[in-house]
Design a binder for this molecule. Structure first.
Ligand code: TRP
Length: 455
């Protein structure tokens, strides 16, 4: 047995699925997905997104978990265990950096959700659409408040994982996921019955095919799919490393992808119908503030709306926390496995470094005034971070993971792990084809065209 007790392990198959789904389901589904759909022109984005999930991300999810379970190590050592003496460990190193980079802006948004528990619950955010929008802008421009909330998020994340894998992560998600889904269904039912909801459903479900081959839509959808599924940076390698051999990987991966995608789609059924029920709504215009501008209006249409609002943001925050935990766990596992650090020291150090890096994102509009002179046009610092890590670092990580599994470890080697103990995996051959050819080529082309489009 390579799995030692100090590395930790999942309690059961359900425990793994919940923890991996807990990592996947978060702000990416409920905040990120609607925001990207709004920017990407509605239903056409949804369509491209679903294709990316099925043909690129599901195969890579299976590949990542297989690498982790085979090596039983953090992402950096995992590549070195499977292909000793090769430079492939650098892919894991990219992932460790991406973990810190993504966490640095993710914690800021998670901090906003804490504030909105109070804002919606107490009713201070209300009134016309302009007032609700202005409230968000003023709040996010309040540097000291957003920085402190970010610190609070990182402290809670650190506290959660100092306790180790099973207690810290598995338990929270078990209680949370069913409640979150139920609340989202209630909100979606209310949203689709609002006056004007039909226009929102139309926007969300009827694609404008003229944008189907728009490279920026392809790139945004691919990046969003990687982000939402926690792929491309070794989070699933790390979680797979705590997975017992008796659990079938393919079936577990399919569950995680199914849960994550359903919750993202559900969020769209809330945001677009309620958005379009508001006079003069422009889904592409609000950027990161979209859900914070739309949801208070939806809660106002419900009896006991304050309670719904507070409950919604409590659950969104908890979902974010099970995701920040997985982001922090990657660099922490690296320091423990590769450098023999204690868990406590690793957690505190990485959280502190991330906090410093998060300050420009947390300062929001203040940072725009500061960085506005840079040749970075039309984006706040937080959106810039999100674009760099999600749209580039994660797909590039995924590209290398696919190449590694398809051509270095090779499909036969990976299948030995995936089919261990008679595991269920009906599409094994199709998976091998997707990993070897479809994933690398598709990701490569999307990245190259995107970079070309920048000039
Ligand atoms: N998937 C999470 C979300 O949608 C965010 C996240 C957690 C993540 N861990 C990750 C994204 C690892 C990329 C890589 O909110």
């Amino acid at each position: 047995m390579t799995a030692t007790t100090d590395r930790g392990a999942w309690g059961s198959r359900l425990g793994f699925i919940l923890a991996a789904a807990g990592s996947a389901v978060g702000l990416g589904n409920i905040w990120g997905f609607p925001t990207q759909v709004g920017r990407g022109g509605g239903a056409v984005f949804v369509l491209v997104y679903l294709v990316c999930v099925a043909l690129i991300c599901l195969p890579i999810m299976i590949a990542e978990i297989a690498i982790g379970r085979r090596a039983q190590k953090d992402p950096v050592s995992a590549f070195a265990v499977i292909k000793p003496g090769s430079p492939w460990w650098a892919v894991g190193a990219l992932g460790v950096m991406a973990g810190v980079g993504i966490l640095s802006f993710y914690a800021v948004i998670a901090g906003w959700t804490i504030a909105y528990i109070w804002f919606t619950g107490s009713g201070v955010v209300h009134g016309s659409q302009e007032a609700i929008g202005a409230f968000f802008t003023d709040f996010t421009a309040n540097g000291p408040a957003t920085v402190l909330l970010t610190l609070l998020v990182l402290a809670m994340t650190a506290a959660a994982i100092i306790g180790g894998v099973r207690d810290g992560i598995e338990r929270v998600t078990k209680a949370l996921m069913p409640m979150l889904i139920l609340l989202l269904i209630v909100l979606a039912l209310r949203a689709v019955t609002l006056p004007g909801a039909a226009a929102g459903l139309d926007y969300y479900l009827r694609p404008d095919f003229s944008r189907l081959f728009d490279v920026s839509v392809l790139n945004a959808a691919l990046g969003q799919a990687f982000f939402s599924l926690s792929l491309g940076m070794g989070a699933m390698i790390t979680y797979g490393s705590y997975l017992p051999k008796r659990v079938g990987i393919a079936a577990a991966a399919m569950w995680v992808v199914f849960l994550d995608t359903s919750i993202a789609l559900l969020a769209g059924f809330i945001i677009f119908p309620s958005g379009f029920s508001i006079e003069g709504f422009d889904p592409g215009a609000s950027g990161p503030g979209l859900i914070f501008a739309v949801l208070p209006r939806l809660f106002a249409t419900l009896p006991g709306g304050h309670l719904f609002g507070a409950a919604f943001f409590i659950m969104l925050f908890m979902a974010a926390l099970t995701s920040t935990v997985s982001l922090l766990e990657v660099p922490v596992a690296y320091l423990i496995d590769s450098h023999r650090w204690t868990r406590r020291r690793a957690v505190i150090t990485v959280a502190a470094v991330t906090f410093v890096l998060s300050i420009p994102s947390a300062l929001g509009n203040g940072a725009i005034a500061f960085f506005g002179q840079l040749p970075v046009v039309g984006m706040d610092f937080l959106s810039l971070m999100a674009t760099v890590w999600n749209n580039f670092a994660l797909p590039v990580g995924g590209l290398f993971i696919a190449l590694f599994v398809g051509w270095v470890w090779r499909i036969d080697g990976a299948l030995a792990e995936l089919l261990a103990e008679q595991a269920w995996f009906p599409g094994a051959r199709v998976w091998g084809f997707l990993i070897r050819y479809v994933c690398p080529v598709a990701i490569f082309l999307i990245i190259v065209f995107t970079i070309q489009g920048l000039f």
